[in-house]
Write a protein that binds this ligand. Sequence first.
Ligand code: V47
Length: 361
Amino acid sequence: MTETLQEIEKKVLQGIRLSREDGIALYKCNDLAWLGYLADIVRKRISGDYVYYNVNRHVNLTNICAARCKFCAFGRDSDSSGAYALTKKEVLDMIEKSAKDPDLRNLHIVSGLHPDWPFEYYVDIIRSIKERFPKLHLKGFTGVEITHFAKISGKSIRQVLKELIDAGIEAMPGGGAEILSDRVRDALCPKKATAEEWMEVAQTAHELGIKTNASMLYGHIETIEERIDHLIRLRDLQDKTNGFQTFICFPFHPENTELESEISRTNVWDDLKTMAISRLMLDNFKNIKAYWVMLTLPIAQLALGFGANDIDGTIKEERIMHAAGAKSSKALTQEKLVETIKQSGRIAAECDCNFNIIRLL
Ligand code: V47
């Protein structure tokens, strides 16, 4: 092992924060077992032996999207085949069906940036869901959607967030962060929130008392340095606000995207390395998610040994990653999730969208 890596190991064992150079050195290291060993030490120290999961349903209100990011296979123009936009009745009926399952607790609401819907439509939908299903916890709208709502309504980000919180939003998902670099965003997703805007939404939400998630979409045109800078930017904001709940790595899935002919799916080595390095760099995040939808269940289970302590939820019907060729199933039973966690020797902790524990298994 090189001297640099030995120094990094010492720092980790002593609980000393890793630098940008350390992060880059970790990416250059191919001793995957060692990376997992270090990440697992930090995982145990920060979050113990619980692995969080939730019984949830994904709600994607529309796939019609004004941004049309190059990495996305879900978004459509309004006149393209497969485009859809749900009415309030359709949304409520869909949730009604899912809510027949008495264990359903959380809704995860992420959608395209519909070019014609007014902000009031979203507020009305959230208020109506909360009125009809008061026991469901609502995690909704990425920083990109919030920025879009501010633009179409002429309101400030703070005002948009206040209205959504007042309507029933209790936490926010981590999507839309992609890579927090203007170079990458200008090339892949120039029509949506800039890195600065995404960060402003997260900070404002935290100031208003709402917890949010954070993510990183990797394995496309970004450099290793940009991945590490992304993690450090999130870590810096977390130092200020402590408002991030969990961090999710999204390995880029190229199928049916504009990048399909140029870029292939990340390999499992990169996925596990990125999981471990995220755990090591984000020393002020309590939770790191192994999103089984993207990783597939066996690799998500393995990632529990590489720093992860959150495995997401039952989902019911996943659309965004499956549009891009995800090979996992579109839903899981609670039993399967619990079994997957327990096989790793850890304790399954069912939680709501704010990581409040509902029960331990
Ligand atoms: O912002 C889109 C990613 C995100 C692709 O907070 C892709 O717990 C890989 O926010 N390959 C939206 N990734 C989904 C999202 C989410 C999902 C699950 C859990 C949570 C959470 C949040 O999906 C987008 C983008 O980063 N994405 N297309 C793709 N082809």
